[in-house]
Design a protein around this ligand. Structure first.
Ligand code: PLP
Length: 405
């Protein structure tokens, strides 16, 4: 037989397919609510002013070269990134038991973390990970690729368009001891539904008593609430309580560095000795996977995190993005509830957080929006709040109103 003849043809990635369909549509009022990247009020990508400034500083630095970075990444970047997510006063950092490795953005951090667990976690039974139902679709593929079978834990309740807390807790309690649970640190993708502070405390308590392992994915620190500390509070709480954990960190969204692929994996073992062992093995894995991570994006982020002035500017830029998204939530809610009197409750739009919102509409209604109104969204009813702006919000609200009536 001819080479590759038996390779099954895979379907295109659904999000990228959606974007292609949107781009090909000549309709002037078309709206793209599938996009997972920030857009400004004119629907354009936004280069953060602080990133422009940091880029200029790098350009003018005559000492920079294009040598390889160390295997675990740029030390000024990984150290500052660890302080950013764990807090500068983290006891784990003071005790020298945090292992930080620079990765190919958040996806790479998830992959490296999953591969490390697959090789070195003390599996009592089959290699399995509990993922929230639903979750970022890539989580399934990333774990499967390294021989870890994904299982679901209840998360989203369609009846309340909110958290199925009892279902979640029930699975934490019934799972075998030392199970691995993937947790979205903030701004859950795709639902926009996060546990409250009290709910996180309960989750941590059960995970600790059952010796479960917390695999945190943090792709939206600062982007969710506008406050970097607030958005990492669950991660910090788990470290404080001593829940065994690691955290995957991305600078794609909060620094607008999607294409630069800047991220980190932070593993928090209980002792410095364990941390040294973990670091040695992560270095071995990283060497065979990518040899050395890319330098440019890490230099940009390191500059910003290690300079008080630039750090303040970055926080303002983050507030600009998070603020616009929060405004869109508020406005969509008031147009639907107060003006159009759209049937049903729309409070979840303002209770949900981050880039995405689960509207609660059906697959059929989602398709109707696309077919009749040129509004592009995934058929699970998820909308990217970043795709809404002052020019298209009313058009979207009016058409949403029509399809649910
Ligand atoms: N994890 C979640 C939940 C995400 O939503 C994303 C991006 O959409 C990522 C990780 C990884 O993104 P990146 O690899 O661009 O940092």
């Amino acid at each position: 037989a001819e080479t590759w003849q038996d390779v099954p043809l895979a379907p295109p990635d659904s999000i990228f397919k959606l974007t292609a369909a949107y781009k090909a549509d000549p309709y002037p009022q078309k709206v793209n609510l599938g996009v997972g990247a920030y857009r400004d009020d004119d629907n354009n990508p936004w280069v953060l002013p602080v990133i422009k400034k940091a880029t200029q500083i790098l350009l003018n630095d005559p000492t920079l070269d294009h040598e390889y970075l160390p295997i675990t990444g740029l030390p000024e970047f990984t150290a500052a990134a660890a302080r950013l997510i764990l807090s500068p006063t983290s006891p784990a950092l003071a005790e020298g038991r945090v292992v930080s490795v620079q990765t190919i953005s958040g996806t790479g951090a998830n992959h490296l973390g999953a591969l490390f667990l697959s090789k070195f976690y003390n599996w009592d039974g089959p290699k399995q990970v509990y993922l929230s139902d639903p979750t970022w679709a890539n989580h399934h593929a990333i774990f499967r690729n390294v021989g870890i079978e994904p299982l679901n834990y209840p998360y989203y309740d369609p009846k309340t368009i909110g958290l199925d807390f009892n279902g979640f807790i029930g699975t934490l309690e019934s799972a075998a001891p030392r199970s691995v649970f993937l947790l979205h640190a903030c701004a859950h993708n795709p639902t926009g539904v996060d546990p409250t502070g009290e709910e996180w405390e309960k989750i941590a308590e059960i995970m600790l008593s059952k010796k479960h392992y917390a695999f945190f994915d943090c792709a939206y620190q600062g982007f969710a609430s506008g406050d970097l500390d607030k958005d990492s509070s669950a991660v910090r709480y788990f470290v404080e309580k001593g829940v065994p954990m690691l955290v995957c960190q991305s600078f794609a969204k909060n620094a607008g560095l999607y294409g630069e692929r800047v991220g980190a994996l932070h593993v928090v073992p209980p002792t410095k000795d364990a941390a040294d062992r973990v670091k040695s093995q992560l270095s071995v894995i990283q060497r065979s996977e990518i040899s050395n991570p890319p330098s440019h994006g890490a230099r940009l982020v390191a500059l910003i995190l290690n300079d008080a002035g630039l750090f303040e500017e970055w926080k303002r830029d983050i507030k600009t993005m998070a603020g616009r998204i929060i405004d869109m939530r508020q406005e969509l809610y008031s147009v639907l509830s107060d003006e159009l009197k759209t049937p049903g409750s729309w409070e979840h739009i303002i209770n949900q957080i981050g880039m995405f919102s689960f509207t609660g509409i059906s697959a059929e209604q989602s398709r109707e929006l696309t077919e009749k109104a040129h509004i592009y969204l995934t058929t699970n009813g998820r909308i990217s709040m970043a795709g809404l702006n002052s020019h298209n919000l009313r058009y979207f609200a009016e058409n949403l109103d029509k399809v649910v009536r």
